[in-house]
Design a binder for this molecule. Structure first.
Ligand SMILES: Cc1ncc(COP(=O)(O)O)c(C=O)c1O
Length: 282
């Protein structure tokens, strides 16, 4: 997907945003969902009427639902009730079954419910498990990383990405460090367990996904929801970009990184488009 030069945000450094909202279902999660589904069909884990089951904060669910509709397999998704309503509507619109879970339990709780559903009936279901499926970081190693390397002509010095499953940062981080070990990989997390940065996890209080590879992450920076939303507003004003809260969080961190490294060439992942805010989310 395109790399946008964020030159309305001033600094001596170069800042680029990778516009993942331009993917077919509107987010970075198309990459992981497609890789997971392709591998499952190839191995025979999906097909023969089996239902794909997974937990998601919203974006992966939309991607799975769209693939299920296109390729003709049933999809059942476990999503916290406070997810963005527009996204929930799109999941249902693609014909998937949607089970809304306790928002206080987050995606960890949704995954527990998905696992319980599949339980002893492995013959009827395929548990896609984006939080533990190596095809997720594998998709970013094979596609997002090489795209960023090419789009910056290998000039990238810093890579900034939010952590949900950790698939993006782990796959891209591994690819970039294999190209040049000095490229700094910076993870973005919410400042605490209760936050408005849909799609991101506060790892100290969450079930750490095995798709997150801490060995390719140089440091983690935590961001308040309010600061992320300020950057979302700034991106709309100065760049004409409508992006979601996790994009604001990544740009907030990229700006801090750039101010301390004047000649840097920074790429931040902007995971999805802005949607109208969910009602009553914490
Ligand atoms: C809006 C948003 N931002 C960031 C992420 C994190 O991406 P990853 O799961 O690759 O860590 C997600 C994942 O669901 C997301 O939906």
């Amino acid at each position: 997907m395109p790399l946008a030069h964020l030159d309305g945000i001033r600094g001596d450094f170069e800042l680029w945003g990778k516009l993942e909202g331009s993917n077919p279902s509107g987010s970075v999660k198309d990459r992981a969902a497609l890789a997971i589904v392709r591998e499952a069909i190839a191995s025979g884990a999906l097909g023969g009427g089996r239902t794909l089951v997974d937990a998601s904060s919203g974006n992966t669910a939309v991607a799975y639902a769209r693939l299920g509709e296109l390729l003709g397999f049933p999809v059942e998704l476990y999503v916290p009730r406070n997810a963005n309503p527009e996204r929930l509507q799109r999941i249902r619109g693609h014909g998937a079954t949607l089970i809304l879970t306790d928002p206080a339990e987050g995606t960890d709780g949704a995954l527990r419910e998905a696992r319980a559903r599949v339980g002893a009936h492995a013959e009827r279901y395929f548990l896609a498990d984006q939080y533990h499926n190596p095809a997720n970081p594998g998709a970013h190693y094979a596609t997002t990383g090489p795209e960023i390397w090419r789009q910056t002509s290998g000039r990238i010095t810093h890579f900034v990405a939010g952590v949900g499953t950790g698939g993006t940062i782990s796959g891209v981080g591994r690819f970039l460090k294999e190209r040049r070990a000095s490229i700094e990989v910076i993870a973005v997390e919410p400042s605490g367990p209760m936050h408005g940065l849909e799609g991101l996890k506060h790892l100290p209080t969450a079930e750490v996904p095995s798709t997150y590879d801490p060995t390719v992450v140089d440091r983690t920076v935590r961001v308040e929801t309010e600061e992320a939303l300020d950057r979302v507003a700034e991106l709309a004003r100065t760049e004409g970009l409508a992006v979601g809260p996790s994009s604001g969080a990544a740009v907030a961190v990229a700006l801090r990184v750039g101010r301390a490294a004047p000649n840097a060439c920074i790429v931040a992942i902007l995971p999805d488009r802005g949607e109208p805010a969910a009602k009553g989310t914490s």
